[in-house]
Design a protein around this ligand. Structure first.
Ligand SMILES: Nc1ncnc2c1ncn2[C@@H]1O[C@H](COP(=O)(O)OP(=O)(O)O)[C@@H](O)[C@H]1O
Ligand SMILES: CC(=O)N[C@@H](CCC(=O)OP(=O)(O)O)C(=O)O
Length: 287
């Protein structure tokens, strides 16, 4: 039963709702691609909150697409199997033994955990990898990285079919090569390519840090392409942040309206970003 009581909480709630209304209209029918990094996938409770937010977005008219990572989960399994793994420029050097583990972990455990969380919240999560329905075709990224792919062709038709059926695609970042190979794709790279192919309104890169930080550790709330290039040259942007900022620039070039790098561990991060004036994290958009 609703409490018919006017109190401070009620006023704050009303303010939040009225603030959300213009954003609800603005995002109606839009496409929002959300990259959920392995480090942002916390407890079961955090996963449930994330899934609830995504289902709510879908119910108010957004077409959400989830592209996930799972680097820490892959590391765990590689450790168990005693397979060594190196990263170059934030990307995993991937040989035949490694790709088997990457595919098993990403398409299996990680993908299904997210799908299940969405379905438990009343959504229609559909798990697929970039290999399904020729969603992502890859070319080798760099001979030094082995079976790491760069998306060269994206076939979005399956995603539109799913949108029409009110389903929420949950995509593992793997792709097919032109000669039948399986490629490992960095999750950010895959999300950026899909967002660009869909001309998404927003690409949200959810990670384990509150945004892109400058040399003194402050989050830069709005970043230009020139700033990103300079911070990367100087080493202020390093490791796993490199594929994120590279992705942001490529996505903007590819027609995505804005990219936000934000902390996915913060409760309701996605809803706050889309539906309130308090944007979080670092925003990158066309000049
Ligand atoms: N300038 C920077 N600002 C913020 N984080 C940075 C920066 N440079 C490097 N990083 C690192 O990038 C990490 C995020 O990348 P990563 O761990 O690959 O995330 P995810 O698993 O979510 O994809 C941060 O936790 C941080 O350690
Ligand atoms: C080529 C490459 O680096 N692929 C990544 C794919 C998973 C990923 O991107 O996971 P996070 O988003 O959690 O970092 C990897 O093997 O770890």
């Amino acid at each position: 039963m609703k409490k018919r009581q006017m109190n401070r909480d009620w006023i704050a709630t009303a303010r939040t709702l009225s603030e959300a209304l213009p954003y609800l209209q603005r995002y109606d029918g839009s496409i929002v691609v959300i990259k959920l990094g392995g480090n942002a996938m916390g407890s079961d409770e955090a996963m449930d909150t994330f899934a609830r937010d995504v289902v709510l977005m879908q119910q108010v008219g957004v077409n959400p697409v989830i592209v996930h990572g799972g680097g820490p989960m892959i590391n765990q399994m590689l450790d168990k199997l005693d397979i060594k793994s190196d990263f170059v420029g934030g990307k995993r050097v991937t040989d035949e033994a490694t790709i088997e583990v990457v595919e098993m972990v990403l398409s299996g455990r990680v993908n299904k955990r997210i799908v299940q969380a969405i379905n438990a919240q009343g959504g229609k999560g559909v798990g697929l990898s970039g290999k399904d329905a020729s969603l992502i075709t890859c070319d080798p990224a760099d001979p030094a990285l082995g079976l790491v792919g760069n998306p060269s062709e994206i076939n979005t038709s399956i995603l539109h079919t799913l949108f029409n059926d009110d389903a929420i695609p949950v995509i593992a970042p793997l792709g097919a090569g032109r000669n039948g190979e399986t490629f490992n794709i960095n999750g950010d790279t895959a999300a950026g390519a899909i967002a660009a192919a869909l001309k998404a309104d927003r690409l949200l890169l959810l990670t384990d840090i509150d945004g892109v930080r400058d040399e003194s550790g402050e989050v830069v709330t709005e970043l230009t392409a020139d700033q990103i290039r300079q911070m990367t040259r100087e080493g202020t942007i390093s490791g796993g942040m490199i594929p994120k900022t590279e992705t942001a620039l490529a996505a903007i070039d590819g027609g995505v309206r804005a990219v936000v790098i934000l902390d996915g561990r913060a409760p309701n991060a996605v809803l706050l970003e889309l539906y309130t004036e308090h944007g979080a994290g670092s925003l990158i958009r066309p000049r």
